[in-house]
Write a protein that binds this ligand. Structure first.
Ligand code: ADE
Length: 235
């Protein structure tokens, strides 16, 4: 099966696929956490892998950054490769005072400044929400393990460098936890395909205090988030 951006046998992906933005993160996840790993696609170096975690089949594929790229890969995975559960694992910039660098967030919903969802929702504002079942699975796991994971709303922006102070204030007034660039599009694409989607994020920077993790700190935090996510999914 070949789609414009993925070249792999039609059964190459597991029903559950982790989606980091960075394809090298996909490689890192596959090599660090999965067993019996095969690289199943590498078109444009957007690497995708399938393996097993605790005996269950799991895939992991990079999506690139931003909603157009994330939605494009997610759509092809759902339409042509039978992926049914899409779990974005990424980083975010915190704007809520309760959050520290390296904290893990799960996004129950995602607001956005993008026009992507309006284009496929007759110009109206779609309410981008996580799959309740996937969210429940993750929360059950973190509750039983007493893990400090924050749950709330995120903001998916098209502008990594475009967060003016007054915009951040507006987001804070609505209780939004953090800014990232993909979830609103991913959640809408999953809804359209009757698939399940969830986003789990590590706080890599704080937009209020202008602080950020070092690359080494990023890797450690990222691994914690992946372990939580994989254990919740197979539990
Ligand atoms: N992802 C990580 N940090 C971010 C930020 N500051 N803005 C948007 N997306 C991000």
């Amino acid at each position: 099966m070949t789609t414009p951006h993925i070249s792999a046998p039609s059964d190459a992906f597991a029903a559950t696929c982790l989606l980091p933005g960075d394809p090298l993160r996909a490689k890192f996840i596959a090599e660090t956490f999965l067993e019996d790993v095969t690289c199943v696609t590498s078109v444009r170096n957007m690497l995708g892998f399938t393996g097993h975690y605790k005996g269950q089949p799991i895939s992991v594929m990079g999506t690139g950054m931003g909603m157009p790229s994330c939605v494009l890969y997610s759509t092809e995975l759902m339409e042509s490769f039978g992926v049914k559960r899409l779990v974005r694992v990424g980083s975010c910039g915190a704007i809520h005072e309760s959050l520290k660098l390296n904290d893990v967030i799960v996004a129950h919903s995602a607001s956005t400044d993008s026009n992507m969802n309006r284009r496929q929702f007759a110009g109206m504002d779609y309410s981008s929400a996580a799959s309740p079942r996937l969210l429940q699975k993750l929360l059950n796991y973190v509750d039983t393990q007493a893990l400090p994971v924050a749950v709330g709303s995120v903001f998916s922006t098209d502008h990594f460098y475009g967060s003016a102070p007054e915009q951040l204030k507006t987001l804070q007034q609505m209780g939004i936890l953090a800014v990232e660039m993909e979830s609103a599009g991913l959640y809408a694409a999953a809804a359209r395909h009757r698939a399940q989607a969830l986003t789990v994020l590590t706080v890599s920077d704080n937009l209020i205090h202008q602080t950020q993790l070092t690359p080494q700190e990023r890797e450690a935090g990222f691994s914690t988030m992946i372990e939580i996510t994989l254990n919740a999914l197979v539990g």
